[in-house]
Write a protein that binds this ligand. Structure first.
Ligand code: NAD
Length: 479
Protein backbone atom coordinates (compact mmCIF):
# COMPACT_ATOMS: atom_id res chain seq x y z
CA UNK A 1 0.00 0.00 0.00
CA UNK A 2 1.20 3.52 -0.78
CA UNK A 3 2.30 5.76 2.07
CA UNK A 4 1.99 9.54 1.78
CA UNK A 5 4.15 11.90 3.81
CA UNK A 6 3.79 15.48 4.91
CA UNK A 7 5.50 18.20 2.88
CA UNK A 8 7.64 20.35 5.18
CA UNK A 9 10.22 22.82 3.86
CA UNK A 10 10.12 21.12 0.45
CA UNK A 11 10.91 17.66 1.88
CA UNK A 12 8.49 14.75 1.99
CA UNK A 13 8.62 14.10 5.73
CA UNK A 14 7.31 10.80 7.11
CA UNK A 15 5.57 10.73 10.46
CA UNK A 16 5.67 7.98 13.08
CA UNK A 17 1.86 7.93 13.27
CA UNK A 18 -0.29 7.24 10.22
CA UNK A 19 -3.95 7.02 9.30
CA UNK A 20 -5.71 4.91 6.67
CA UNK A 21 -7.73 6.71 4.01
CA UNK A 22 -10.87 4.54 3.59
CA UNK A 23 -13.28 4.50 0.63
CA UNK A 24 -16.82 5.19 1.97
CA UNK A 25 -18.32 3.23 -0.95
CA UNK A 26 -16.32 0.16 0.06
CA UNK A 27 -14.71 0.15 3.48
CA UNK A 28 -12.52 -2.81 2.46
CA UNK A 29 -10.76 -0.48 0.02
CA UNK A 30 -7.91 1.43 1.66
CA UNK A 31 -6.68 4.20 -0.65
CA UNK A 32 -3.39 4.65 1.17
CA UNK A 33 -1.69 5.34 4.44
CA UNK A 34 -1.28 9.03 5.20
CA UNK A 35 0.98 10.75 7.71
CA UNK A 36 -0.66 11.87 10.93
CA UNK A 37 1.58 14.77 11.91
CA UNK A 38 2.57 15.89 15.39
CA UNK A 39 2.62 19.37 16.91
CA UNK A 40 6.39 19.35 16.23
CA UNK A 41 5.69 18.69 12.53
CA UNK A 42 3.32 21.66 12.45
CA UNK A 43 5.92 23.85 14.18
CA UNK A 44 8.61 22.76 11.70
CA UNK A 45 6.23 23.58 8.83
CA UNK A 46 5.47 27.03 10.29
CA UNK A 47 9.23 27.68 10.69
CA UNK A 48 9.81 26.64 7.06
CA UNK A 49 7.00 28.91 5.88
CA UNK A 50 8.43 31.79 7.93
CA UNK A 51 11.88 31.28 6.40
CA UNK A 52 10.45 31.11 2.88
CA UNK A 53 8.27 34.20 3.26
CA UNK A 54 10.71 37.09 2.58
CA UNK A 55 11.88 35.67 -0.76
CA UNK A 56 8.43 34.50 -1.90
CA UNK A 57 6.77 37.80 -1.02
CA UNK A 58 9.30 39.54 -3.31
CA UNK A 59 9.21 36.94 -6.10
CA UNK A 60 8.63 38.40 -9.53
CA UNK A 61 4.93 38.32 -10.36
CA UNK A 62 5.61 36.57 -13.67
CA UNK A 63 7.33 33.73 -11.80
CA UNK A 64 4.32 33.41 -9.48
CA UNK A 65 2.00 33.51 -12.48
CA UNK A 66 3.94 30.73 -14.20
CA UNK A 67 3.83 28.46 -11.16
CA UNK A 68 0.07 28.86 -10.61
CA UNK A 69 -0.54 28.43 -14.34
CA UNK A 70 1.54 25.24 -14.42
CA UNK A 71 -0.44 23.91 -11.44
CA UNK A 72 -3.72 24.71 -13.22
CA UNK A 73 -2.53 22.97 -16.38
CA UNK A 74 -1.61 19.79 -14.49
CA UNK A 75 -4.93 19.78 -12.59
CA UNK A 76 -6.86 20.13 -15.88
CA UNK A 77 -4.76 17.43 -17.55
CA UNK A 78 -5.34 15.03 -14.63
CA UNK A 79 -8.93 16.02 -13.76
CA UNK A 80 -10.31 12.52 -14.43
CA UNK A 81 -7.71 10.86 -12.23
CA UNK A 82 -8.06 13.50 -9.48
CA UNK A 83 -11.86 13.28 -9.72
CA UNK A 84 -11.62 9.52 -9.32
CA UNK A 85 -9.44 9.92 -6.21
CA UNK A 86 -11.93 12.46 -4.85
CA UNK A 87 -14.92 10.16 -5.47
CA UNK A 88 -13.00 7.28 -3.88
CA UNK A 89 -12.03 9.11 -0.69
CA UNK A 90 -15.08 11.37 -0.18
CA UNK A 91 -17.95 9.51 -1.83
CA UNK A 92 -19.10 12.10 -4.37
CA UNK A 93 -20.05 10.61 -7.72
CA UNK A 94 -17.32 10.39 -10.32
CA UNK A 95 -18.94 13.16 -12.39
CA UNK A 96 -19.10 15.41 -9.32
CA UNK A 97 -15.49 14.56 -8.45
CA UNK A 98 -14.24 15.37 -11.94
CA UNK A 99 -16.26 18.61 -11.87
CA UNK A 100 -14.70 19.60 -8.55
CA UNK A 101 -11.18 18.85 -9.80
CA UNK A 102 -11.88 21.06 -12.84
CA UNK A 103 -13.07 23.77 -10.48
CA UNK A 104 -9.73 23.61 -8.63
CA UNK A 105 -7.98 24.08 -11.99
CA UNK A 106 -10.17 27.10 -12.80
CA UNK A 107 -9.31 28.69 -9.46
CA UNK A 108 -5.55 28.30 -10.01
CA UNK A 109 -5.99 29.66 -13.53
CA UNK A 110 -7.90 32.70 -12.24
CA UNK A 111 -5.29 33.53 -9.60
CA UNK A 112 -2.44 32.94 -12.06
CA UNK A 113 -3.97 35.87 -13.96
CA UNK A 114 -4.44 37.91 -10.79
CA UNK A 115 -0.66 37.72 -10.14
CA UNK A 116 -0.27 40.08 -13.11
CA UNK A 117 -3.03 42.44 -12.01
CA UNK A 118 -1.87 43.37 -8.50
CA UNK A 119 -2.68 47.05 -8.16
CA UNK A 120 -2.61 49.86 -5.67
CA UNK A 121 -3.88 53.43 -5.61
CA UNK A 122 -2.14 56.79 -5.84
CA UNK A 123 -4.00 59.79 -4.44
CA UNK A 124 -3.24 63.46 -3.84
CA UNK A 125 -2.94 64.47 -0.21
CA UNK A 126 -4.84 67.35 1.37
CA UNK A 127 -1.35 68.68 2.16
CA UNK A 128 0.46 70.46 -0.70
CA UNK A 129 3.41 68.56 -2.18
CA UNK A 130 2.48 65.26 -0.55
CA UNK A 131 1.59 62.09 -2.48
CA UNK A 132 -0.26 59.13 -1.03
CA UNK A 133 0.17 55.53 -2.18
CA UNK A 134 -2.09 52.73 -1.00
CA UNK A 135 -0.64 49.27 -1.54
CA UNK A 136 -1.49 45.73 -0.56
CA UNK A 137 1.12 43.52 1.08
CA UNK A 138 0.94 39.81 1.91
CA UNK A 139 0.02 38.80 5.46
CA UNK A 140 2.97 36.44 6.03
CA UNK A 141 2.48 32.81 7.09
CA UNK A 142 -1.15 31.77 6.59
CA UNK A 143 -2.60 28.69 8.30
CA UNK A 144 -5.37 26.80 6.49
CA UNK A 145 -7.73 24.30 8.09
CA UNK A 146 -10.09 22.57 5.67
CA UNK A 147 -13.09 20.19 5.81
CA UNK A 148 -13.64 16.87 4.05
CA UNK A 149 -16.60 17.73 1.84
CA UNK A 150 -14.77 19.65 -0.93
CA UNK A 151 -11.33 18.08 -0.54
CA UNK A 152 -9.75 19.67 -3.63
CA UNK A 153 -11.83 22.81 -4.32
CA UNK A 154 -11.59 24.29 -0.81
CA UNK A 155 -7.81 23.79 -0.46
CA UNK A 156 -7.49 25.31 -3.95
CA UNK A 157 -9.64 28.34 -3.21
CA UNK A 158 -7.56 29.14 -0.14
CA UNK A 159 -4.14 28.25 -1.55
CA UNK A 160 -4.29 29.92 -4.95
CA UNK A 161 -5.03 33.45 -3.65
CA UNK A 162 -2.64 33.05 -0.70
CA UNK A 163 0.24 32.24 -3.08
CA UNK A 164 -0.83 34.82 -5.66
CA UNK A 165 -0.63 37.64 -3.12
CA UNK A 166 2.79 36.51 -1.82
CA UNK A 167 1.97 34.58 1.38
CA UNK A 168 3.48 31.30 2.50
CA UNK A 169 1.21 28.54 3.76
CA UNK A 170 0.79 25.70 6.25
CA UNK A 171 -2.28 23.61 5.46
CA UNK A 172 -4.00 20.99 7.57
CA UNK A 173 -6.62 19.12 5.54
CA UNK A 174 -9.46 17.10 7.05
CA UNK A 175 -8.40 13.72 8.36
CA UNK A 176 -11.05 11.90 6.31
CA UNK A 177 -9.80 13.20 2.95
CA UNK A 178 -6.03 13.83 2.91
CA UNK A 179 -5.57 12.39 -0.61
CA UNK A 180 -6.62 15.40 -2.68
CA UNK A 181 -4.65 17.86 -0.53
CA UNK A 182 -1.58 15.63 -0.87
CA UNK A 183 -2.08 15.57 -4.66
CA UNK A 184 -2.20 19.40 -4.70
CA UNK A 185 1.04 19.60 -2.71
CA UNK A 186 2.68 17.21 -5.16
CA UNK A 187 1.42 19.24 -8.14
CA UNK A 188 2.65 22.55 -6.70
CA UNK A 189 6.06 21.11 -5.90
CA UNK A 190 6.36 19.91 -9.49
CA UNK A 191 5.11 23.29 -10.77
CA UNK A 192 8.25 24.83 -9.28
CA UNK A 193 7.00 26.32 -6.02
CA UNK A 194 10.11 27.05 -3.91
CA UNK A 195 10.70 24.94 -0.79
CA UNK A 196 8.76 26.01 2.28
CA UNK A 197 6.25 28.21 0.44
CA UNK A 198 3.52 25.58 0.77
CA UNK A 199 3.69 23.08 3.61
CA UNK A 200 1.19 20.28 4.09
CA UNK A 201 0.75 18.77 7.55
CA UNK A 202 -1.92 16.10 7.65
CA UNK A 203 -3.28 14.99 11.00
CA UNK A 204 -5.71 15.71 13.78
CA UNK A 205 -7.38 19.05 14.36
CA UNK A 206 -6.69 18.76 18.08
CA UNK A 207 -2.94 18.35 17.40
CA UNK A 208 -1.89 19.93 14.09
CA UNK A 209 -4.78 22.40 13.99
CA UNK A 210 -4.12 23.52 17.56
CA UNK A 211 -0.41 24.03 16.81
CA UNK A 212 -1.31 26.30 13.89
CA UNK A 213 -3.80 28.28 16.00
CA UNK A 214 -1.33 28.67 18.89
CA UNK A 215 1.72 29.77 16.89
CA UNK A 216 2.75 33.41 17.15
CA UNK A 217 4.39 33.02 13.73
CA UNK A 218 1.10 32.43 11.91
CA UNK A 219 -0.34 35.78 10.84
CA UNK A 220 -3.73 34.64 9.58
CA UNK A 221 -5.95 31.54 9.58
CA UNK A 222 -8.48 30.61 6.93
CA UNK A 223 -10.90 28.00 8.27
CA UNK A 224 -13.77 26.08 6.72
CA UNK A 225 -15.73 23.58 8.81
CA UNK A 226 -18.43 23.31 11.42
CA UNK A 227 -19.74 26.15 13.58
CA UNK A 228 -18.43 24.55 16.77
CA UNK A 229 -14.85 24.29 15.51
CA UNK A 230 -15.14 27.72 13.90
CA UNK A 231 -15.97 29.36 17.24
CA UNK A 232 -12.94 27.67 18.79
CA UNK A 233 -10.73 28.89 15.92
CA UNK A 234 -12.04 32.44 16.46
CA UNK A 235 -11.21 32.37 20.18
CA UNK A 236 -7.72 31.00 19.64
CA UNK A 237 -6.96 33.49 16.86
CA UNK A 238 -8.11 36.37 19.02
CA UNK A 239 -5.77 35.28 21.84
CA UNK A 240 -2.77 35.56 19.50
CA UNK A 241 -4.20 38.51 17.50
CA UNK A 242 -4.32 36.67 14.19
CA UNK A 243 -6.52 37.72 11.32
CA UNK A 244 -9.09 35.00 10.68
CA UNK A 245 -11.79 34.02 8.26
CA UNK A 246 -14.45 31.38 8.99
CA UNK A 247 -16.72 29.57 6.54
CA UNK A 248 -19.14 27.34 8.42
CA UNK A 249 -22.49 25.63 8.24
CA UNK A 250 -25.82 26.31 6.60
CA UNK A 251 -29.53 25.57 6.85
CA UNK A 252 -30.23 26.94 3.42
CA UNK A 253 -33.77 27.65 2.27
CA UNK A 254 -35.15 27.02 -1.22
CA UNK A 255 -38.51 28.73 -1.81
CA UNK A 256 -40.91 27.35 -4.41
CA UNK A 257 -43.77 29.71 -5.29
CA UNK A 258 -47.10 28.77 -6.88
CA UNK A 259 -46.01 30.41 -10.16
CA UNK A 260 -42.77 28.37 -10.41
CA UNK A 261 -42.03 26.12 -13.37
CA UNK A 262 -42.52 22.78 -11.59
CA UNK A 263 -39.77 20.95 -13.51
CA UNK A 264 -37.26 23.73 -12.83
CA UNK A 265 -38.19 23.80 -9.13
CA UNK A 266 -38.02 20.03 -8.66
CA UNK A 267 -34.72 19.82 -10.58
CA UNK A 268 -33.16 22.61 -8.50
CA UNK A 269 -34.40 21.22 -5.18
CA UNK A 270 -33.44 17.62 -5.93
CA UNK A 271 -29.95 18.76 -6.89
CA UNK A 272 -29.31 21.08 -3.99
CA UNK A 273 -30.93 18.95 -1.29
CA UNK A 274 -29.54 15.55 -2.20
CA UNK A 275 -26.70 15.58 -4.74
CA UNK A 276 -23.22 15.18 -3.27
CA UNK A 277 -25.16 13.19 -0.63
CA UNK A 278 -26.47 16.48 0.82
CA UNK A 279 -22.97 17.10 2.19
CA UNK A 280 -22.58 20.63 0.88
CA UNK A 281 -22.57 23.74 3.05
CA UNK A 282 -24.79 25.27 0.35
CA UNK A 283 -27.24 22.34 0.26
CA UNK A 284 -30.90 23.32 0.64
CA UNK A 285 -32.33 21.40 3.56
CA UNK A 286 -35.46 23.57 3.97
CA UNK A 287 -37.80 23.49 0.96
CA UNK A 288 -40.33 26.25 1.58
CA UNK A 289 -43.32 25.69 -0.68
CA UNK A 290 -46.49 27.76 -1.09
CA UNK A 291 -49.76 25.90 -0.68
CA UNK A 292 -50.99 26.11 -4.30
CA UNK A 293 -48.07 24.05 -5.65
CA UNK A 294 -47.22 22.08 -2.47
CA UNK A 295 -48.88 18.73 -3.25
CA UNK A 296 -47.73 18.69 -6.89
CA UNK A 297 -44.19 19.56 -5.78
CA UNK A 298 -44.04 16.83 -3.11
CA UNK A 299 -45.43 14.20 -5.51
CA UNK A 300 -42.91 15.19 -8.22
CA UNK A 301 -40.00 15.16 -5.75
CA UNK A 302 -40.91 11.64 -4.60
CA UNK A 303 -41.18 10.46 -8.22
CA UNK A 304 -37.69 11.83 -8.90
CA UNK A 305 -36.29 10.31 -5.71
CA UNK A 306 -37.70 6.91 -6.69
CA UNK A 307 -35.72 7.16 -9.94
CA UNK A 308 -32.51 8.17 -8.12
CA UNK A 309 -29.79 5.55 -7.72
CA UNK A 310 -27.73 5.46 -4.54
CA UNK A 311 -24.65 3.29 -5.01
CA UNK A 312 -20.87 3.17 -5.27
CA UNK A 313 -19.70 6.70 -6.07
CA UNK A 314 -17.54 5.53 -8.99
CA UNK A 315 -20.09 3.23 -10.59
CA UNK A 316 -21.82 4.16 -13.86
CA UNK A 317 -25.41 5.23 -13.25
CA UNK A 318 -24.95 6.30 -9.62
CA UNK A 319 -26.68 9.61 -8.86
CA UNK A 320 -25.85 9.78 -5.16
CA UNK A 321 -22.85 8.20 -3.46
CA UNK A 322 -22.49 7.07 0.16
CA UNK A 323 -22.35 9.19 3.30
CA UNK A 324 -18.73 10.02 4.10
CA UNK A 325 -18.28 7.83 7.21
CA UNK A 326 -19.99 5.98 10.05
CA UNK A 327 -20.03 9.06 12.32
CA UNK A 328 -21.86 11.21 9.75
CA UNK A 329 -24.21 8.31 8.96
CA UNK A 330 -25.04 8.02 12.69
CA UNK A 331 -25.76 11.78 12.77
CA UNK A 332 -28.04 11.51 9.72
CA UNK A 333 -29.92 8.53 11.22
CA UNK A 334 -30.23 10.36 14.55
CA UNK A 335 -31.86 13.36 12.86
CA UNK A 336 -34.18 11.12 10.84
CA UNK A 337 -35.35 9.65 14.16
CA UNK A 338 -35.72 13.15 15.66
CA UNK A 339 -37.80 14.18 12.63
CA UNK A 340 -40.10 11.18 12.94
CA UNK A 341 -40.16 11.22 16.74
CA UNK A 342 -39.88 14.38 18.82
CA UNK A 343 -40.45 16.74 15.85
CA UNK A 344 -43.54 14.85 14.67
CA UNK A 345 -42.82 15.32 10.96
CA UNK A 346 -43.95 12.88 8.27
CA UNK A 347 -41.17 10.89 6.60
CA UNK A 348 -42.60 10.98 3.08
CA UNK A 349 -39.73 9.14 1.42
CA UNK A 350 -36.52 7.27 2.22
CA UNK A 351 -34.36 7.55 5.30
CA UNK A 352 -33.37 3.89 5.52
CA UNK A 353 -29.94 2.26 5.42
CA UNK A 354 -29.24 0.58 2.08
CA UNK A 355 -27.11 -2.47 1.31
CA UNK A 356 -25.17 -2.43 -1.93
CA UNK A 357 -22.57 -4.76 -3.46
CA UNK A 358 -19.80 -3.45 -1.21
CA UNK A 359 -19.71 -2.48 2.46
CA UNK A 360 -20.35 1.27 2.39
CA UNK A 361 -22.31 3.99 4.20
CA UNK A 362 -25.37 3.97 1.93
CA UNK A 363 -28.47 5.91 2.93
CA UNK A 364 -31.72 6.41 1.01
CA UNK A 365 -32.27 10.20 0.79
CA UNK A 366 -34.94 11.28 3.27
CA UNK A 367 -37.72 13.76 2.49
CA UNK A 368 -39.84 15.03 5.38
CA UNK A 369 -43.19 16.77 4.85
CA UNK A 370 -45.68 18.39 7.25
CA UNK A 371 -42.80 20.16 8.98
CA UNK A 372 -42.59 23.55 10.65
CA UNK A 373 -39.61 25.85 10.85
CA UNK A 374 -39.25 25.46 14.62
CA UNK A 375 -38.54 21.72 14.40
CA UNK A 376 -34.99 20.61 15.19
CA UNK A 377 -34.62 19.12 11.70
CA UNK A 378 -35.22 22.64 10.36
CA UNK A 379 -33.00 24.50 12.80
CA UNK A 380 -29.86 22.37 13.13
CA UNK A 381 -27.44 21.54 10.33
CA UNK A 382 -27.63 17.80 9.59
CA UNK A 383 -25.15 17.71 6.68
CA UNK A 384 -26.62 14.66 4.98
CA UNK A 385 -29.23 13.67 2.37
CA UNK A 386 -32.12 14.82 4.55
CA UNK A 387 -34.50 17.65 3.56
CA UNK A 388 -37.81 19.01 4.84
CA UNK A 389 -40.75 20.57 3.06
CA UNK A 390 -42.30 23.51 4.92
CA UNK A 391 -45.74 24.50 3.65
CA UNK A 392 -46.44 28.27 3.65
CA UNK A 393 -49.35 30.48 2.63
CA UNK A 394 -47.64 32.97 0.33
CA UNK A 395 -44.40 34.71 -0.63
CA UNK A 396 -44.34 36.95 2.46
CA UNK A 397 -44.51 33.98 4.80
CA UNK A 398 -41.93 32.11 2.66
CA UNK A 399 -39.47 35.02 2.96
CA UNK A 400 -39.98 35.27 6.69
CA UNK A 401 -39.42 31.50 7.18
CA UNK A 402 -36.38 31.56 4.87
CA UNK A 403 -34.72 34.28 6.97
CA UNK A 404 -35.74 32.74 10.32
CA UNK A 405 -32.52 30.79 10.86
CA UNK A 406 -29.20 31.16 12.64
CA UNK A 407 -27.42 30.67 9.29
CA UNK A 408 -27.14 32.76 6.12
CA UNK A 409 -24.98 31.12 3.47
CA UNK A 410 -27.10 30.51 0.37
CA UNK A 411 -30.81 30.92 -0.40
CA UNK A 412 -32.89 30.13 -3.45
CA UNK A 413 -36.25 30.96 -4.98
CA UNK A 414 -38.06 29.28 -7.87
CA UNK A 415 -40.57 31.65 -9.45
CA UNK A 416 -41.52 33.09 -12.84
CA UNK A 417 -42.31 36.44 -11.21
CA UNK A 418 -39.75 39.19 -11.66
CA UNK A 419 -41.38 41.05 -8.75
CA UNK A 420 -40.81 38.22 -6.26
CA UNK A 421 -37.37 37.31 -7.62
CA UNK A 422 -36.21 40.94 -7.29
CA UNK A 423 -37.72 41.32 -3.82
CA UNK A 424 -36.08 38.09 -2.66
CA UNK A 425 -32.65 39.10 -3.99
CA UNK A 426 -32.93 42.34 -2.04
CA UNK A 427 -34.38 40.91 1.19
CA UNK A 428 -32.85 37.47 1.65
CA UNK A 429 -30.45 37.43 4.61
CA UNK A 430 -27.98 35.14 2.83
CA UNK A 431 -24.58 35.83 1.29
CA UNK A 432 -25.53 34.11 -1.98
CA UNK A 433 -28.96 34.16 -3.63
CA UNK A 434 -30.09 31.90 -6.48
CA UNK A 435 -33.13 32.43 -8.70
CA UNK A 436 -34.44 29.30 -10.47
CA UNK A 437 -31.16 27.55 -9.65
CA UNK A 438 -29.98 25.11 -6.98
CA UNK A 439 -28.65 26.80 -3.82
CA UNK A 440 -25.44 24.82 -4.35
CA UNK A 441 -23.19 25.34 -7.37
CA UNK A 442 -21.25 28.59 -7.64
CA UNK A 443 -18.78 30.19 -10.03
CA UNK A 444 -15.05 30.23 -9.27
CA UNK A 445 -14.32 33.89 -10.04
CA UNK A 446 -16.81 35.68 -7.77
CA UNK A 447 -17.08 36.03 -3.99
CA UNK A 448 -18.27 33.11 -1.91
CA UNK A 449 -19.55 33.36 1.66
CA UNK A 450 -22.46 34.09 3.92
CA UNK A 451 -23.84 35.96 6.90
CA UNK A 452 -24.94 35.27 10.49
CA UNK A 453 -23.67 31.90 11.81
CA UNK A 454 -22.43 30.75 8.41
CA UNK A 455 -19.44 33.02 7.87
CA UNK A 456 -17.15 35.46 9.58
CA UNK A 457 -14.62 37.78 8.00
CA UNK A 458 -13.88 38.65 4.39
CA UNK A 459 -15.29 36.66 1.48
CA UNK A 460 -13.35 33.91 -0.26
CA UNK A 461 -12.66 33.62 -4.01
CA UNK A 462 -12.54 36.06 -6.86
CA UNK A 463 -10.83 39.41 -6.39
CA UNK A 464 -12.51 39.75 -2.98
CA UNK A 465 -10.00 37.16 -1.67
CA UNK A 466 -7.44 39.98 -1.54
CA UNK A 467 -9.26 41.37 1.52
CA UNK A 468 -8.13 38.40 3.56
CA UNK A 469 -4.78 37.50 2.05
CA UNK A 470 -3.34 41.02 2.07
CA UNK A 471 -2.94 43.91 4.47
CA UNK A 472 -3.19 47.51 3.30
CA UNK A 473 -0.38 50.04 3.63
CA UNK A 474 -0.84 53.81 3.23
CA UNK A 475 2.42 55.62 2.41
CA UNK A 476 2.88 59.44 2.37
CA UNK A 477 5.72 61.05 0.39
CA UNK A 478 6.79 64.69 0.45
CA UNK A 479 8.35 65.21 -2.94
P1 NAD B 1 -15.04 20.16 11.34
O1 NAD B 1 -15.30 21.46 12.02
O2 NAD B 1 -15.23 18.92 12.11
O3 NAD B 1 -13.53 20.11 10.83
C1 NAD B 1 -13.01 21.10 9.97
C2 NAD B 1 -11.50 21.13 10.13
O4 NAD B 1 -11.19 21.61 11.44
C3 NAD B 1 -10.84 19.75 10.01
O5 NAD B 1 -9.63 19.86 9.29
C4 NAD B 1 -10.59 19.39 11.45
O6 NAD B 1 -9.54 18.46 11.63
C5 NAD B 1 -10.23 20.74 12.03
N1 NAD B 1 -10.31 20.83 13.50
C6 NAD B 1 -11.10 20.11 14.33
N2 NAD B 1 -10.85 20.45 15.61
C7 NAD B 1 -9.89 21.42 15.59
C8 NAD B 1 -9.21 22.17 16.60
N3 NAD B 1 -9.46 22.00 17.89
N4 NAD B 1 -8.31 23.06 16.22
C9 NAD B 1 -8.04 23.27 14.89
N5 NAD B 1 -8.62 22.56 13.91
C10 NAD B 1 -9.55 21.65 14.24
O7 NAD B 1 -15.90 20.16 10.00
P2 NAD B 1 -16.06 18.98 8.92
O8 NAD B 1 -16.92 17.92 9.52
O9 NAD B 1 -14.73 18.60 8.37
O10 NAD B 1 -16.84 19.73 7.74
C11 NAD B 1 -18.21 19.85 7.69
C12 NAD B 1 -18.65 21.26 8.07
O11 NAD B 1 -18.01 22.19 7.21
C13 NAD B 1 -20.13 21.51 7.90
O12 NAD B 1 -20.62 22.24 8.99
C14 NAD B 1 -20.21 22.35 6.63
O13 NAD B 1 -21.35 23.17 6.54
C15 NAD B 1 -18.96 23.14 6.74
N6 NAD B 1 -18.55 23.66 5.43
C16 NAD B 1 -18.69 24.99 5.21
C17 NAD B 1 -18.34 25.54 3.97
C18 NAD B 1 -18.47 27.02 3.72
O14 NAD B 1 -17.80 27.51 2.82
N7 NAD B 1 -19.30 27.74 4.45
C19 NAD B 1 -17.84 24.71 2.97
C20 NAD B 1 -17.71 23.36 3.24
C21 NAD B 1 -18.06 22.85 4.48
Amino acid sequence: MDTFSNLIGGEWTPSSDVTENINPSNTDDVIGTYARGSAADAEAAIAAAKTAFPAWSRTNVMARHNILKAAAAEIFARSKELGDLLAREEGKTLAEGIGEAGRAGQIFEFFAGECLRLAGEKLPSIRPGVDIEITREPMGVVGMITPWNFPIAIPAWKLAPALCYGNTVVMKPAELTPGCAWALADILKRAGLPDGVFNLVMGKGSVVGEAILSSPDVAAVSFTGSVGTGKHVAMKCTETMKKFQLEMGGKNPAIVLDDADLDVAVGACLNSAFFSTGQRCTASSRLIVTEGIHDKFVAAMIEKLKATTVDDARKDGTHIGPVVDQKQLDTDMKYIEIGRGEDGAKLAWGGERLNRGTPGFYLQPALFTETTNDMRINREEIFGPVASVIRVKDYDEALSVANDTAFGLSAGICTTSLKYASHFKANSQAGMVMVNLPTAGVDPHVPFGGRKGSSYGPREQGRYAAEFYTTVKTAYTMA
